[in-house]
Design a protein around this ligand. Sequence first.
Ligand SMILES: *[C@@H]1O[C@H](CO)[C@@H](O)[C@H](O)[C@H]1NC(C)=O
Ligand SMILES: *[C@@H]1O[C@H](CO)[C@@H](O)[C@H](O)[C@H]1NC(C)=O
Ligand SMILES: *[C@@H]1O[C@H](CO)[C@@H](O)[C@H](O)[C@H]1NC(C)=O
Ligand SMILES: *[C@@H]1O[C@H](CO)[C@@H](O)[C@H](O)[C@H]1NC(C)=O
Ligand SMILES: *[C@@H]1O[C@H](CO)[C@@H](O)[C@H](O)[C@H]1NC(C)=O
Ligand SMILES: CC(=O)N[C@H]1CO[C@H](CO)[C@@H](O)[C@@H]1O
Length: 832
Amino acid sequence: MGSRGCGGFVVVLSALCLLLCCCCTSSAIDVSHDGRAIKIDGQRRVLLSGSIHYPRSTPDMWPDLIQKSKEGGLDTIETYVFWNAHEPRRREYDFSRNLDLVRFIKTIQDAGLYVVLRIGPYVCAEWNYGGFPVWLHNLPGIKMRTDNEVYKNEMQVFTTYIVDMMKKEKLFASQGGPIIIAQIENEYGNVMAPAYGDAGKVYINWCATMAESLDIGVPWIMCQQPDAPQPMINTCNGYYCDSFTPNNPNSPKMWTENWTGWFKDWGMADPHRTAEDLAYSVARFFQFGGTFQNYYMYHGGTNFGRTAGGPYITTSYDYDAPLDEYGHLNQPKWGHLKELHLLLKSMEKVLTYGDISTTDYGNSITATTYTANGTSSCFISNANTTADATVELQGKTFTVPAWSVSILPDCKNDVYNTAKINVQTSVKVMKPNAAEKQPAALNWAWRPEHVRDTASLGQGPLVAEQLLEQKQVSNDSSDYVWYMTSIDLKKGDPLWSKDMTLRVNSSAHILHVFVNGKHVAAQWATKGVYKYVVEQKVALKLGKNQLSLLSVTVGLQNYGPFFDEVTTGIEAVQLISKVSNNDDVVKDLSTNKWVYRVGLHGEEKQLYNVESKLHSSRWQEQNLPVNRLFTWYKTNFQAPLGKEPVVVDLLGLGKGYAWVNGRSIGRYWPSFNAQEDGCTETCDYRGPYGSDKCLTNCGKPSQRWYHVPRSFLRDDMNTLVLFEELGGNPSFVNFQSVAIGTVCANTSEGHALELSCHGSGRTISAVKFASFGEPQGSCGSFSSGTCEAAGALSIVQQACVGRERCSIEVSEATFGSTGCSNANRLAVEVVC
Ligand SMILES: *[C@@H]1O[C@H](CO)[C@@H](O)[C@H](O)[C@H]1NC(C)=O
Ligand SMILES: *[C@@H]1O[C@H](CO)[C@@H](O)[C@H](O)[C@H]1NC(C)=O
Ligand SMILES: *[C@@H]1O[C@H](CO)[C@@H](O)[C@H](O)[C@H]1NC(C)=O
Ligand SMILES: *[C@@H]1O[C@H](CO)[C@@H](O)[C@H](O)[C@H]1NC(C)=O
Ligand SMILES: *[C@@H]1O[C@H](CO)[C@@H](O)[C@H](O)[C@H]1NC(C)=O
Ligand SMILES: CC(=O)N[C@H]1CO[C@H](CO)[C@@H](O)[C@@H]1O
């Protein structure tokens, strides 16, 4: 913090400045722990943390995301460190743009929050190859995540590199920086036994010793590692962690990943975890002695470029997190949790120092009292999935709905119940591009991907008399690898017939088959089954035939025991000829001479980057093809006006990649629809959550809109380039901004309701509905009940219209008497 004050001394007093900085910045923060909590400067703390992965947004977005996290009541940001992004080639490092880890951490520091740095360097995270660089896989003699010298050496080199970088910038708390905790390895305990055996145990001990030797001055954690060696703290990941106990009495109960929702695959509907259930899980965790809790994710963001893991993780990594993919508040989740956070923080001392006593009422109902210095705070939880409970506590009676927790900071007043939402719900709308001069339709240019050298001629730089695994050939420098061979058929060859079938054993996520330059088949794996056999009738001719197979990956495996060894590519190729009715002649081509080429021509020529010298001019504007495979499309567009986040609607396209001004916004696959079944109109928050509960968007494209960060856009003209692999129609492509449209709330008497357009720069323009009494219906279709106070609409109009945010005390004092017999509620719907 103090270092900022030193700017004025520049040059002349720079030596003095350095000296001063040393004294003023290094107000080291002491981070320790006991069995109860993480202690900062000797004080036990309740820590509320949220995951934000810096490469999944842009440096422009970071301050706002972090500010919204802070406003949401967090005091810590957790991130992984992404090895394959930082070291794409061995010993060549990249910390530019959204990989600027130091800048990210300093942005968090500037906001006054702490950091949990999960170095891994294996991270899982639905990130390509779990964060491992593919060159690592290709090092001779390597075995990953086990007691292997080659691997351990690389892991140590990278971990040390990151630790040294943090130390140099004085970012550890022990140096006065914000990093209070670091993590080594990641969820290894989930996969260790039996797969890795004794070597796994040796490895995890080595990880602990290696991490300790780096002397960072703050605690290390190992998540999901029940046998974590001391002084590593083992921590819990999951939807619920209230019954978790660490493996050492000196380790506090810490929850490093609480899944706020779930990620999405191509072909999957949108998962949602309700605010009620998420708040329930957090409240229960603190009720039962937890003191550190992290949301995975607080902001999920976007898998730009080829960073999506897999196979088949979508480009959007929204996660139904409290901050949505674009950085808007996901309401009511964000606000409902904020109220919980403020309450837990207000109880920090008693939660971390108080005596705990628990009463079991049966029927899954439990009350916990924390007492210190003669004052108490209470939790009453009802884990019954169907029956509401009436509980007597310290002489008062409380009603606790099924699957909820009530918090009574003084054990007398029920001020928060996880199932009762009093904050606003925001409905997002996509607004058409209102930029001036925007033509009704975009003008497209196109050119084919050049496949003659590969599909027709079979040319490539690498030759082998065998089928090679794709990662070995490509180092994952592209999703695309060509496998090419030729077949010479002479008259009289026993194989020669009019009825020939090509059989390919494939572990390509997508496989394209070309015979003599002609595309004859495309097939892709179904989710979860990445090995399959393609049988395709082929018409071969006498003489030389060219067989070219294009193997495509859609995100490399990121999870599971030995996930790194899962193969991709072409595994076996045979030609089967029906010579007579019963006799098949089979020729195995697997040991033919195979020629390899990595990547597309257009990738090499950087067709996506109009400013590149390599960018060719051979684009045509006539005869725009539709549903043509392997086609590049290009258009210019004006950015939507304003500051709101921008998306591009790619409905109509097949599958491929999109770039804006030369920067990749990720893979697209809008033709891949989500499953038809399993979605629900309404979602019951009660009962344990799972990723297949509360799905929406069935039967529609699993991802139609793609985030274009504002910082990728220029004020004047911008270029969108698409590489279309499966065939599609770009005519419907359009840009939109994502805005908060309707805001609703349904708040019970005794609460202050805050309505806000969430920094969209717009104000509340109209009040569509307001009723204080016993309103009915839901957002978008509210109606008045049989009793209500008169004039609620005009009171809300006066308080809110023309304002960015407004606050209303929900009471009869504000609205007048209702004459209702039940507790009054205020329902409002406003437009931003
Ligand atoms: C893959 O990476 C390794 C290590 O950087 C390098 O030695 C090798 O040549 C690369 N292979 C290919 C095919 O690029
Ligand atoms: C109890 O009171 C003492 C003395 O006022 C204070 O130092 C301590 O922080 C209090 N503890 C709690 C848990 O409030
Ligand atoms: C939930 O409550 C119902 C009704 O009281 C009871 O029958 C059931 O056993 C309870 N379930 C649990 C898990 O406590
Ligand atoms: C190809 O896959 C089939 C079906 O799984 C299997 O029976 C066959 O052995 C495989 N062929 C080769 C050459 O690997
Ligand atoms: C308002 O919320 C309460 C509790 O969350 C619910 O029971 C009620 O049905 C809601 N009413 C309206 C009009 O949305
Ligand atoms: C055990 C388990 O399923 N862990 C997952 C927790 O969630 C994170 C993020 O979604 C995944 O990376 C882990 O694999």
